[in-house]
Design a protein around this ligand. Structure first.
Ligand SMILES: Cc1cc2nc3c(=O)[nH]c(=O)nc-3n(C[C@H](O)[C@H](O)[C@H](O)COP(=O)(O)OP(=O)(O)OC[C@H]3O[C@@H](n4cnc5c(N)ncnc54)[C@H](O)[C@@H]3O)c2cc1C
Length: 306
């Protein structure tokens, strides 16, 4: 029997565990999925939920309804992986042995310097609770300056900040508040997206809609008292409301198992998804370092071509 353990039951882990069941008989697979949450939720819709009145509960689906019968679902957190002994230690001390391991742990958000989530004028739309907080604010909003910025590169979904900015623009137009509002989009690159063709289109659309684009602007900190975004390059940008995408890092289990780089992302072969230096371990989704490669390489190529 081939024991396969998948750690993390988000989109990547869930998909891979379910897909493997199709090969279970042929390759004599025993598939285990470790996921502490009892639900999976649909992140891409958060961008739209920020501006609608739908119930957040619509985004959730129960794990046991999504997982195929042939997958053993364990509702616990993996604490550590000991690669030499091919074992996974769970939070309650249970030990599971594998022949193949698949890491799909996604990223975690961290709060640096202060609790962003508790600040009245700082928002994001990366979790249901943060999106709900933004919703409450935007309903009461009567005009002013809204600043949008990522706080680290890489982040989960590069297009979503542009998507959010466009929806914000049309939402404010509908409420006849656009003339009373300045929208500023801050970005670490010279262009407002990571892929050349799209960057050109987004830049034009921003110009047409009067959305101010601030290039080469990397987040350093926020001066909460004076409502100022301060960039690594020394710029100070005032806001009434700041939409600051959270700082991302790899999960603790990856770091503690010595499987990540210094930020906890897993060095992964982009063609095979094999974890570098570990022939029987694979990684998929946000936990890999592949997003980072994409974000660093594309802008560099873009810069060299321009
Ligand atoms: C607002 C927003 C909009 C987006 N829009 C799009 C889009 O339009 N298109 C697109 O392709 N992508 C989009 N994305 C990105 C997409 O949602 C993510 O890339 C995707 O969810 C990543 O899936 P994942 O399985 O790798 O990670 P996740 O979905 O984060 O899952 C990781 C899982 O691992 C579990 N886990 C963590 N640590 C442990 C542990 N120690 N033990 C066991 N389990 C653990 C977690 O509980 C979690 O369930 C968007 C993201 C956001 C936030």
């Amino acid at each position: 029997m081939n024991r396969i353990i998948v750690i993390g039951g988000g989109f990547s882990g869930l998909t891979i565990a379910n897909k493997l069941t199709k090969k279970a008989r042929k390759y004599d697979l025993d598939i285990t999925l470790i996921e502490p949450k009892d639900h999976n939720f649909y992140e891409p819709d958060l961008v739209f939920y920020a501006f609608n009145n739908k119930k957040m509960s619509k985004l959730y689906k129960l794990m046991h309804k999504l997982v195929k019968k042939k997958v053993n679902l364990i509702g616990m957190r993996a604490k550590k992986v000991e690669t030499e002994k091919k074992k996974v230690i769970l939070e309650d001390g249970t030990v599971l042995y594998y022949d193949y391991l698949i890491l799909a742990t996604g990223v975690k958000y961290i709060e640096k310097d202060f609790k962003y989530s508790e600040q009245q004028h700082i928002h994001n739309f990366y979790s249901p609770s943060a999106t709900e907080k933004f919703r409450q604010m935007i309903k009461r909003f009567n005009g002013g300056t809204i600043v949008i910025s990522p706080s680290t590169v890489p982040y989960k979904c590069p297009p979503d900040s542009e998507e959010f900015t466009f929806i914000l623009d049309s939402y404010l137009k509908k409420r006849k508040l656009r003339d009373k509002t300045t929208i500023k989009f801050l970005y670490p690159l010279s262009v407002p997206f990571t892929v050349k063709e799209a960057a050109v289109v987004v830049a034009e659309m921003y110009k047409k809609r009067g959305i101010e684009f601030v290039p080469y602007c990397n987040y350093e900190k926020v001066d909460i008292k004076n409502n100022k975004f301060i960039s690594f390059e020394g710029e100070e940008i005032e806001y009434d409301e700041l939409v600051l995408l959270p700082i991302h890092e790899g999960q603790d289990v990856i770091k503690e198992s010595g499987l990540g780089d210094k930020e906890g992302y897993i060095p992964t072969d982009k063609f095979t998804l094999q974890v570098k230096g570990h022939p029987n371990i694979y990684a998929i989704g946000d936990c890999t370092d592949l997003l980072l490669l994409k974000l660093v390489l594309f802008p560099t190529i873009l810069h060299l071509q321009s």
